[in-house]
Write a protein that binds this ligand. Structure first.
Ligand SMILES: [Zn+2]
Length: 311
């Protein structure tokens, strides 16, 4: 199996919101990728400049970061051609790796805009090198910039940042330095192509937590009434844990939390994030984790102080 480490640069409406095309808020203008074999040695690379079709001028903030000028793109190929060539180049036996969780979503959104999403069926599984770097190099959840990771690991910094080819290479360098055995179970899943039906729902069991992605709901109110969405099975033994603190809305109206108790494995924390699809439907992403008493107490206190505030 190969790893396809890729990076995209994209443009946005140069005139801001009023000329934004909702179906393609970010138009991809460059794809850079490297192919690594199963030993994570580089075997090939891919690069395409893309001539934009939607936004015909580079937004100032994009120009500032990438230094890409509109005339740099005039010799590029169209997105449909670049995407087709890219996915062909990927082959059949591979897993993606990116810095952060945005690139896969934007790739799919651009494919959808050109009616080509069938070339990349979802959900898409990948390794998020940015997340894995924070987890295993910093023991923190905070996301860091690519340059920060390159500096921290003392890697050679002889190319620029914020261009697709270079960033893909830097990402591959960082990815290669993560312990393969350690990171292997922690693949991410991009649900831009979210489950529609019950049988498409996603259940993933990671070493320290469980993740679930629900089907789509037209009506937001129905989500928190669904039994599967709100169930809290203990990740360690899979048995239902008894609810100790009912699901409550966090500060943010799209996040709910709860605490349950497994007689065998102690407290179980539940977190549900409500997400909206491009089509205006909703789905839930739930994570369930075993936690200690201190953490359980912390969540109870949070609920209590939120209640007080609302009164
Ligand atoms: Zn248990």
């Amino acid at each position: 199996m190969n790893y396809i480490v890729f990076d995209l640069e994209w443009n946005q409406s140069p005139l801001g919101k009023k000329d934004k095309n909702q179906r393609i808020p970010f138009e991809i203008i460059e794809i850079g990728a490297v192919k690594l074999n199963s030993d994570r040695q580089q075997t090939d690379s891919f690069h395409r400049i893309i001539r934009p079709q939607v936004y015909t001028w580079i937004h100032d903030s994009i120009h500032e970061v990438t230094h890409i000028d509109y005339k740099d793109l005039l010799d590029g190929v169209t997105f449909p051609q670049a995407a087709r060539e890219f996915l062909e180049w990927c082959g059949t036996d591979y897993v993606f790796c990116t810095w952060g969780n945005q690139d896969l979503t934007e790739l799919q959104r651009n494919l959808k805009y050109y009616d080509m999403l069938c070339l990349l069926p979802g959900p898409v599984y990948y390794y998020d090198a940015q997340k894995l770097f924070s987890w295993f190099h910093e023991h923190k959840k905070q996301r860091r910039g690519l340059e920060y990771a390159v500096d921290t690991l003392g890697l050679k910094k002889d190319r620029c940042f914020h261009r697709a080819e270079e960033d893909a290479e830097y990402t591959a360098e960082v990815f290669r330095r993560l312990d393969e055995e350690e990171i292997r179970p922690y693949f991410s899943v991009d649900v831009y192509q979210n489950p529609r039906k019950k049988r498409e729902e996603i259940h993933i069991s990671y070493p320290f937590y469980d993740k679930y992605v629900s089907r789509e709901f037209r009506d937001r109110e129905k989500i928190m009434k669904d039994r599967e969405v709100t169930s809290t099975r203990c990740p360690a033994c899979r048995l239902p844990a008894k609810r100790k603190l009912r699901w409550f809305m966090n500060n943010n109206s799209r996040v709910y939390e709860s605490i349950s108790l497994c007689p065998e494995h102690g407290y179980v924390k539940g977190k549900i994030r409500i997400r909206k699809t491009d089509g205006g439907s909703y789905y839930a992403v739930k994570t369930i984790k075993n936690v200690d008493e201190k953490k359980a107490e912390e969540i109870r206190n949070k609920r209590d102080s939120l209640r007080k505030k609302r009164k």
